[in-house]
Ligand binder design. Structure first.
Ligand code: NAD
Ligand code: G3P
Length: 355
């Protein structure tokens, strides 16, 4: 690492050939799609991982069969992942605690494990939502609830469809923190033969990139469910990128971050993958299911559904126009027919048709 605070793409870490084999104790809380996959990433990089799960039978399956069939069917997990249903056991003595639960339950989860958190431990958010009641980013929730300084918090984001990574298909991820030391430390752990890790000091952009692309993926899913083709989807993605970039920049993000892996990269992956839960939720809406039907049918977390309202409130406070997200809200609330969404997207600019 020769540089920090890049002005364009996040810096890659080609020089991180050496292992972080320094005895760092790693815990991942949340054994859903992403938490389990992330534990596999770290374990495949050569570091034992403790995985905090909610149910004992789930821990038993991971420890005995090295499988998590509910979330990662067909995937064999490394034996160096050990699961526990005890938060005390998972968090006591951990140096790095990765948190991968639904954003709306982050606060209660942190409150539960806070008593066991060591004085020097850092927490890394793997989540891509904002807290609905406060509009706070997950890094802010972590710092506030765990009562740790912001430089002991990091976030990781990027084009990271869990099942693809669990199948060891190559991809990249961005780690951001206000502490360069922490970002690099995390990057050294979260890397292996199929995951290339980049670092970026722009926590706001890295975090909002992950939150906001979910909303555009909902819109793409709606368009797909309605039966619109690739021109429509390309228009939504392109205008969507402009819209979420304006929002993120107004919130203090670097524009370059939104053009990198945590912005454009994740937008493409989520909008194009049938494995995306946000895309899937949008498609169900486009097919005519109501918000209640969709949330009832989704067995896994589609963060975008719970972020729309908060993002629009924040956008209103900062006077950032968000025509696509506004229309998604209208569809979610049953005020707009899904088929009406795309034509509105093409003519959303109040100052005329200028792009
Ligand atoms: N799945 C992906 O491809 C992916 C990739 C990158 C980031 N993420 C983000 O990671 C976070 C977790 O997503 P996921 O895909 O692992 O979700 P998931 O629905 O697959 O799993 C959620 C996990 O959280 C646990 N959990 C703990 N407390 C909970 C509570 N109070 N209510 C409900 N579940 C609770 C569940 O038991 C489950 O193990 C989300 O913010 C998501 O946006 C997901
Ligand atoms: O399945 P989704 O829609 O939550 O997306 C998963 C990841 O965020 C893609 O990077």
């Amino acid at each position: 690492m020769s540089e920090w605070y890049p002005t364009t793409e996040p810096i890659s870490l080609p020089d991180l050939a050496r292992s972080a084999g320094d005895g760092t104790r790693v815990t991942v809380i949340g054994a859903g799609n992403w938490g389990t996959t992330f534990a596999k990433i770290v374990a495949d990089g050569g570091h034992p991982v403790t995985l905090g799960v909610r149910r004992q039978e789930h821990a038993d399956e991971i420890n005995e069969s090295h499988r998590n069939t509910a979330y990662l069917p067909g995937i064999n997990l490394p034996e160096s992942i050990s699961a526990t249903a005890s938060l005390e056991e998972a968090v006591t003595g951990a140096d790095l605690v990765f948190l991968s639960v639904p954003a709306q339950s982050a606060r209660e989860n942190i409150e539960e494990f806070k008593p066991f958190l060591g004085g020097d431990a850092s927490i890394i958010s793997l989540m891509k939502g904002v807290e609905r009641t406060t509009g706070m980013r997950m890094s802010e929730v972590i710092s506030e609830v765990a009562e740790i300084p912001y430089d002991r918090v990091a976030v990781a984001s990027g084009p990271n469809i869990a099942l693809e990574i669990a199948r060891e298909q190559p991809t990249a991820i961005v780690v951001a923190s206000s502490s360069q030391e922490l970002a690099v430390r995390v990057a050294r752990l979260a890397r292996n033969s199929y995951l290339r890790t980049f670092v970026n000091p722009d926590v706001i952009g890295t975090e909002f990139g992950g939150v906001l692309k979910n909303l555009i993926a909902l819109a793409i899913g709606i368009a797909d469910g309605v039966g619109f083709g690739e021109n429509t989807k390309a228009s939504i993605m392109t205008r969507g990128l402009a819209e979420i970039t304006d929002f993120a920049v107004a919130m203090g993000a670097a524009r370059e971050t939104m053009m990198g892996l945590a912005g454009l990269g994740d937008l493409i992956a989520t909008c194009m993958s049938p494995l995306s839960r946000n895309f899937t939720a949008g498609r169900l809406l486009g097919q005519g299911y109501s918000y209640q039907d969709v949330t009832g049918r989704m067995a896994q977390t589609a963060e975008g559904l719970r972020s729309v309202e908060s993002i629009l409130v924040i956008a209103g406070e900062h006077r950032v126009p968000m025509p696509i997200v506004t229309q998604i809200a209208a569809v979610l609330e049953g005020r707009m027919h899904p088929a009406e969404l795309a034509p509105h997207l093409a003519t959303d600019n109040e100052s005329g048709d200028r792009e």
